[in-house]
Every structure is written in C-alpha cells, then in structure tokens.
Design a binder for this molecule. Structure first.
Ligand SMILES: [Mn+2]
Length: 320
C-alpha cells in the first residue's frame, strides 16, 4: 500500500487535498499535515473543504490556506482524507472529478468506495493514525507542525484517548508524534479549553433545564431558536453539549434537540456501552455510529420532536 501511495504521489505535479464537510480535528489535521509534507518535497498542492475551520481548530498551521474553492482547472492527483462517501465533500466534490487519479485514506466503514487507490482501515481510531504510519513507511520527515496536526486528529477522534476506539497503535503513533515535536498541551488548550462565554452560558441553560426519565437513565434537553439567537453562541459552540449531559453518572442515553431555524430541529443522541442509538436515529431518517448518532426534523415543532424521540428512546432503554 505504502509503495503504491508513494508512487502515485511521486508522479503528481499538482495535488488537490480534500476532506469532509463540517471538518473535525482528524479531517483538517490530516489535510494540513499532508499538505505540509507535499510542500516539503516541492509538490504543488491545495486544500479544499466545504466549510471553514471551526474556531477551536483555527490554531492549526496553514489553516488560512484551506479554501472553499479550488484555484486550478484540473489536478494530477486528488487525495481525500477521512471520508466515506463522496457527497460528504459538499461543494468541493466536483473538483475531485477534475483529478486524473484519486486516493482515499480513511478509517470509516465505507458507504461507497470512491477513489482509484483506497487506503482504508476501519479498525483505526483516526485517519491520522493511518496517515502517520504511511508517512513513516515512505520515510517522510515529520516536522513539529505536521506532528501537531496529526496528533490533533488522534486526540480529537479518541476523545483524548478516553474512547473505546483507542488502540495500542494509536498510543504508539502518538508517542512518536510527541517525539517529533507535536504539541499536546497546545492541542488540549485550543481544542478543549476554549469555550466562549456565550457558549458556556448556553450550556448552563441546557443542563439546568435537562429532563430525565427511566430512573434518570434517559436525559434530554432542547434549545429553541429564540434562545439560541439570544445567547449569541455559534452553531459550533453547542458541539460538546450532548456529551456533557451523558457525563451525569446515571445517564445512559442523552439527547440534545436544537431548533436551528424555526421549525427545523437538529438532534444529537449519545449513548453508553451497548445501547444502539444509530438504530433510533435511522427510524427518524438519520444515522451515525452506535454510541453517537443524529437526525434532523423539518417543519416540526420542538415539543413534537421531543415527544416522539422520548417515546422511542424509552422503548430502546426498556428493551435493553
Ligand atoms: Mn476521523
């Protein structure tokens, strides 16, 4: 795999790097680390992403050079990181059709199988683990900034090495990245200890008004459109709220419902252990992983969404 990868990259004179919309630490960390590598060996490259970096990833090097539009008409090679289905490229998808060859590097269970060369390991906790191993195998020099980017991917996708997906290899690779100058303290501060006051106040509201059922094993809370606007918080600031609800000792399933515009409700569901909430999300047209899923309701009042979800989740808990 590594030699095929090295050969494809070595042949290219222009490379377009892409990742999924709503980019997370693994997506941007990998895209930027790979771009820095190409810079170091003198291969012209460009990063595109449907969305800009969220605030807590703005510290990454070169983040200003992640564009929403490609500047060239065509590229020799497209390299897509942390992506399981082409539509998750959003508006950058057509640019990859202009690439002569496409490589996909990912750790999700694939929905589709895009790309001419696919380097996939669905047992890996982060694409950054796969990419670091690849770079090591081809003898690339991993600089401090590259190491920080890659380590960001591993730290964010493993929840700072707390999630069950954390493998011995992820820790070995992380140790190596620290040796190369990856700055774990900077990552922790920037990614996790960086909540704006408006977001903290809104989290206070979510926890204060949280409702519970099934012996406090089910917890849910909602943010109305008006409340959200009034708070001054941004979309991305609500990211970790549902997890904060799941941190309560008794809670096994947590649900956050957010009215993103009047009548449109975005739902995030988290669960512990064997409780499969992806199945529940699918019932409502959504999806996700077993312990982290979501769905969206269009043209439905917040109260109605709440009633439906709570009824369904009670069944899920009672049958467990
Ligand atoms: Mn990932």
């Amino acid at each position: 795999m590594a030699s095929a990868f090295q050969e494809e990259v070595g042949k290219a004179t222009s490379v377009l790097i892409g990742t999924h919309l709503n980019p997370d630490g693994d997506a941007l960390g990998c895209a930027i680390a790979f771009s820095l590598y190409l810079d170091s060996i003198g291969i012209e490259n460009e990063i595109v992403c449907h969305h800009k970096a969220p605030r807590n990833l703005e510290f990454l090097p070169k983040v200003d050079e992640v564009h929403q539009e490609a500047r060239r008409e065509s590229y020799d090679l497209g390299v897509i990181l942390d992506l399981d289905a082409m539509d998750r490229l959003g508006r950058t998808e057509p640019y990859f059709a202009t690439c002569k060859r496409v490589i996909v590097i990912d750790h999700h269970i694939p929905h589709q199988k895009p790309g001419d060369l696919r380097i996939i390991d669905s047992d890996s906790p982060a694409t950054a683990v796969i990419l670091t191993r690849l770079l090591m195998e081809i003898g690339a020099t991993i600089t401090g900034p590259m190491a920080t980017c890659l380590l960001t991917g591993i730290v964010t996708d493993t929840g700072s090495f707390r999630f069950r997906n954390t493998t011995p290899d992820a820790l070995s690779v992380s140790a190596y990245l620290l040796e190369q100058g990856g700055d774990l303290n900077e990552i922790s501060e920037e990614v996790f200890q960086n909540r704006p006051l408006s977001g903290a106040r809104l989290l206070g509201h979510v926890l204060e008004t949280m409702k519970l059922a099934c012996d406090d094993r089910l917890a849910w809370s909602s943010i109305s459109f008006d409340r959200f606007v009034e708070s001054g918080a941004k979309d991305e600031d609500t990211e970790g709220f549902v997890n904060e609800m799941l941190f309560v000792t008794s809670v096994q399933i947590a649900v956050l419902m957010r009215e993103t515009k009047p009548g449109k409700v975005r739902v995030s569901i988290r669960s512990r252990r064997d409780l499969d909430v992806a199945e529940v999300a699918r019932d409502f047209g959504g999806g996700g992983h077993k312990n982290a899923a979501g769905c969206v309701f269009e043209e439905m009042a917040l109260q109605e969404v709440e009633d439906r979800l709570v009824r369904r989740l009670k069944v899920c808990l009672e049958s467990s």
